[in-house]
Design a protein around this ligand. Structure first.
Ligand SMILES: O=c1ccn([C@@H]2O[C@H](COP(=O)(O)OP(=O)(O)O)[C@@H](O)[C@H]2O)c(=O)[nH]1
Length: 639
């Protein structure tokens, strides 16, 4: 034991001398330094002491010692490395080699304490006069097994976190599905949407899986034919059954929303409207999905849901942050312009006061409030506008049996019945007091832009605005702001116009030029370039409609018109109210900011718990070992 202590002192001294003496000596060796810092002085003396003892020991070891060493083998000359390898010494020196100099000194002083009992008090006394408290603290600190304690704490915190009560999240792989039947005035479309089952709250996550166009007209066209409207949907619903995995059927919501066609039917015949809704409802309920109702949307809802769709698809509500959470995107929203068959909607965020309550819609999405202006003009959808235009022209020509239609291409002749024009609630103001609905009417195309524009302008009233500003027909509208997306018939008309005329339409002037061009084309000229022959006759009128509506009606100008994007889809998803409707009704768009909740599978959770327990056991073992060593060291020192 004595030899071991000697070796320890020797090794520590050699180590200290080689590693640290230089550094300390640099401070102590300046002869000009008048009075050495007492701490440096003490350590210097301590080092001198240990170096002296070390040299003595080294000398003894080098020549061999008469003192027997445990196994009685004579001592051989040893270098520092060999000394460190000696049992016990390596362990004692290991912490010395990694701890800071001051801590090392404490180790050294402890070593000296046992080796040089006669000198120790003097050394210790000198140390204690200078940095007693510091040394005392450092000695205690260096004696703590920091690593095992840190690991122990880490393990405990880990186990604590893993055992905190948490909500178990069902592992639901694959997709969830939702169905919306967009029952428009002219036709019905069935949309299947899908989204990853575990990501319900994210923007851009819901996408269109497929679309099925229902054969025949809109559901309102089946008024009075019991069961017919429901039957018309059957083929598309059957397709949905095939496309959606069977196990998902019971959890797949189906919504049917009817728009302006049914609004008009409800106005003219509430009973027939209810009958049609009941028919489609019972048909959908015969399918294995979760039926959520068949309703008529208000114009305000149609406008707002269209706006939600547009901005959802453009990712304008929130964006996914790198830390795995959704954040407010901070982007401006885009207005929505919907030109349907029986109504047209304009919706945009405005900072201006919405003077008519009817036009105000407040939405709270992801913790952000949106103040919307929205208006739906019933009877200003493309099909109803065309009827109104015919009624206006027929009326203006005294309901004569032969009528010149300035918006039809020259050379075109068309025959129809009076009821085809005057059967709609939208043309009731143009109807003659007494008329024969079956009477035939012959229309001859004039291809005259100015006359066409004149008749179309008659359909919009700009008189008697009761607000600070109006669009038309006494409807309040703030100034349009920001960019817009124009879809449905806006898109169809804009793309046909560009195709037929070859004019790129992105300014008001280009729109006017293209409209003039299309209105001056005859039928055979149009046929050579158009892809939808049945719609050719209305190209001029429809182009004049969108010009009148966008420029004069809504007030788009040279600055704001280029901000309109005419599109029918965004990505692979159709733009319309349907997606926004499903998002809002299925709570896929939360009102409050949605952080993504991460969940652990049971397997991963168990594995983590196991690892933390193992860590804990290792820590306890290390602590116990360190403690027993300390005890052992204390006993040895006492020898
Ligand atoms: O290739 C097409 C398909 C449709 N439409 C027209 O787009 C409008 C869409 O009307 P929908 O019935 O969908 O709208 P709603 O009346 O429900 O607002 C109707 O005027 C259609 O005639 C069109 O111009 N080109």
């Amino acid at each position: 034991m004595a030899l071991e202590n000697e070796l320890l002192v020797s090794s520590a001294a050699v180590f200290l001398t080689s590693s640290f003496w230089k550094g300390l000596h640099q401070r102590a060796a300046f002869p000009s330094q008048p009075a050495l810092n007492p701490f440096v002085q003490n350590v210097r003396e301590l080092l001198h002491e240990t170096t002296r003892v070390s040299r003595k020991l080294q000398a003894r070891l080098a020549v061999g010692s008469s003192e027997p060493h445990r196994g009685s083998s004579p001592l051989q000359p040893l270098n520092v490395k060999q000394l460190r390898q000696k049992k016990g010494i390596a362990e004692r020196l290991a912490p010395v080699s990694v701890v800071p100099l001051r801590t090392l000194n404490v180790h050294l002083s402890q070593s000296l304490k046992c080796q040089l009992p006669g000198r120790k008090p003097a050394v210790k006394a000198r140390i204690s006069t200078s940095r007693k408290s510091h040394f005392h603290f450092m000695a205690q600190f260096s004696a703590l097994p920091i690593a095992p304690i840190a690991l122990l704490l880490f393990g405990l915190v880990g186990i604590l976190l893993l055992t905190i009560p948490s909500q178990d999240v069902q592992d639901a792989p694959g997709f969830m599905y939702g169905i919306v039947l967009d029952a428009g005035s002219s036709h019905t479309s069935l949309y299947i949407y899908k989204w990853p089952a575990d990501k319900q709250n994210g923007t851009g996550v819901v996408s269109q899986h497929s679309e099925c166009s229902v054969e025949g007209g809109g559901i309102s066209s089946y008024a009075g034919q019991v069961g017919a409207a429901g039957r018309s949907l059957r083929a598309c619903l059957n397709r949905a059954v095939e496309e959606i995995p069977k196990e998902k059927h019971p959890n797949t919501p189906v919504y049917l929303g009817a728009t302006a066609g049914m609004r008009l039917l409800k106005m003219s015949s509430p009973q027939q409207s209810d009958q049609v809704l009941a028919d489609v409802g019972s048909e959908i309920q015969s399918f294995p999905f979760s039926f959520r109702g068949a309703v008529i949307l208000s114009g305000q809802e149609e406008g707002a849901y269209g706006w939600v769709t547009v901005n959802y698809l453009l990712g304008n509500f929130i964006k996914y942050g790198f830390v795995g959470r959704w954040f407010s995107s901070g982007r401006a929203t885009v207005g929505a312009l919907d030109f349907g068959g029986a109504s047209t909607q304009i919706t945009f965020v405005t900072q201006q006061k919405v003077e008519d309550e009817e036009n105000r819609k407040e939405l709270r999405l992801y913790g952000h409030d949106y103040s919307l202006y929205t208006h739906s003009f019933l009877c200003y959808g493309q099909d109803q506008l065309l009827k109104k235009l015919l009624a206006q022209i027929v009326k203006s020509q005294g309901y004569a049996p032969e009528v010149n239609h300035p918006c039809y291409p020259a050379n075109l002749t068309r025959t129809l019945k009076m009821e085809d024009i005057f059967d709609s609630p939208c043309t009731v103001h143009y109807k003659p007091n007494t008329y024969n609905p079956q009477r035939s009417l012959t229309l001859r195309g004039g291809g005259h832009y100015e006359n066409c524009l004149g008749n179309v302008s008659e359909l919009f009233s700009y008189d008697g605005c009761p607000f600070s500003r109006c669009s038309f027909d006494k409807v309040f509208q703030p100034k349009v702001t920001g960019d817009f997306m124009a879809f449905s018939a806006f898109y169809f008309i804009h793309s046909s116009l560009q195709k037929v005329t070859g004019v790129k339409v992105s300014t008001p002037l280009q729109l006017e030029d293209a409209t003039k061009t299309v209105c001056s084309m005859n039928y055979s000229q149009m046929m050579s370039v158009a892809d939808k022959p049945d719609r050719l006759k209305d190209y001029c009128a429809s182009s004049v409609f969108i010009k009148a509506l966008l420029l004069r009606g809504y007030g788009f100008d040279d600055a704001s018109f280029p901000g309109i994007s005419f599109q029918n889809t965004a990505g692979d998803t159709s733009v319309g109210w349907a997606l926004g409707y499903m998002l809002m009704l299925s709570n896929l768009l939360p009102a409050e900011s949605a952080g993504v909740r991460k969940s652990l599978t049971v397997g991963a959770w168990g594995m983590l718990l196991f690892l933390f327990i193992v860590l804990l056991i290792i820590c306890v073992f290390l602590l116990l070992r360190a403690r027993s060593k300390k005890k052992k060291g204390g006993n040895e020192n006492a020898i």
